[in-house]
Design a binder for this molecule. Structure first.
Ligand code: B12
Length: 214
């Protein structure tokens, strides 16, 4: 099964194999969203589990993450098309997204960015390790509708709260919808910090934007 092969290739950190398999996904017209969700993400999650249990080391996880990036490079354009099918292509709104300060995890954020772009949003992806001022500065510059913050560490989640507070201080809170995500975040945390929405998956992030902008 190609999904298992994709999972294994990520776990092996085998970039060449990942590239070969992703090209096969394209040739055989396998749904790229399934390839990501049923194969590639499973691989990085399993690596994370083994790492937590002390059976793998951080470099193994880093190699898996690099392999997953190769996969997203190959599948990116098709991922965009797949998500866009059945969806209208006009611009639905502007989203400024990034990973919060102190945090360098970006795999999930990149998937969310790619799928939002595909779904018809103008996405301004700031990258990793971004200050709240950078998010708000960009949002002001491009007149964004939504600000999306990804945090994968319990120690960086407070940056999401900081952004909501920063908007309040500047009198800009009502101007933007703030959405948050990333491994340790929850719906409860979203309410606690006064953000507008949370999603556990990239597909959920799209649904969230549709709801909030509508
Ligand atoms: C890959 C990985 C890494 C890679 C990151 C590579 C990269 N470029 O991203 C590397 C090896 C570099 C790394 C480093 C570290 N990591 Co790390 N990492 C992981 C791992 C294994 C997987 C994360 C991942 O990519 N998941 C797959 C993606 C697709 O899922 P996701 O990010 O959650 O995103 C989905 C949703 O959350 C949502 N989403 C994401 N963002 C957003 C944003 C919005 C707006 C919305 C709506 C939705 C949304 O949609 C996404 C798609 O479905 C996790 C364990 C795990 N199972 O999660 C640990 C984990 C997150 N890491 C951890 C730690 C501790 C670290 C380090 C501090 C380790 C160290 N001692 O150096 C450093 C952090 C350095 C730093 N300052 O950031 C811990 C965090 C513990 C905690 N709760 O605080 C975890 C949980 C591992 C563990 N069990 O201990 N890591």
């Amino acid at each position: 099964m190609i999904y298992d092969e994709l999972k294994q290739a990520v776990m092996d950190g085998d970039q060449e194999e990942v590239e070969v398999l992703c090209n096969r996904v394209l040739e055989e017209k396998i749904n790229p969203v399934d390839a990501v969700q049923k194969g590639l993400i499973k691989g990085i999650e399993e690596l994370g589990r083994l790492w937590t249990e002390g059976e793998m080391f951080l470099p193994d996880v880093m190699m898996g993450a690099d392999a997953l990036k190769v996969a997203l490079d190959v599948l990116g354009p098709e991922l965009a098309k797949a998500e866009a099918e059945g969806m209208k292509r006009e611009t639905k709104g502007k989203v400024v997204i990034g990973t919060v300060k102190g945090d360098i995890h970006d795999i999930g954020k990149n998937i969310v960015s790619a799928m939002l772009t595909a779904a018809g949003y103008d996405v301004y992806d700031l990258g990793i390790n971004q200050d709240v001022e950078d998010f708000v500065g960009k949002a002001e510059e491009v007149d964004a509708d939504v600000i999306g913050l990804s945090a994968l560490l319990t120690t960086t989640m407070p940056e999401q709260k900081k952004l909501v507070e920063y908007l309040q201080e500047k009198g800009l809170r009502d101007k933007y919808k703030v959405i948050i995500g990333g491994g340790p975040t929850t719906s409860d945390w979203t309410h606690e910090i006064g953000a507008d929405g949370w999603a556990e998956t990239a597909a959920g992030a799209i649904a969230l934007c549709e709801d909030l902008i509508a």
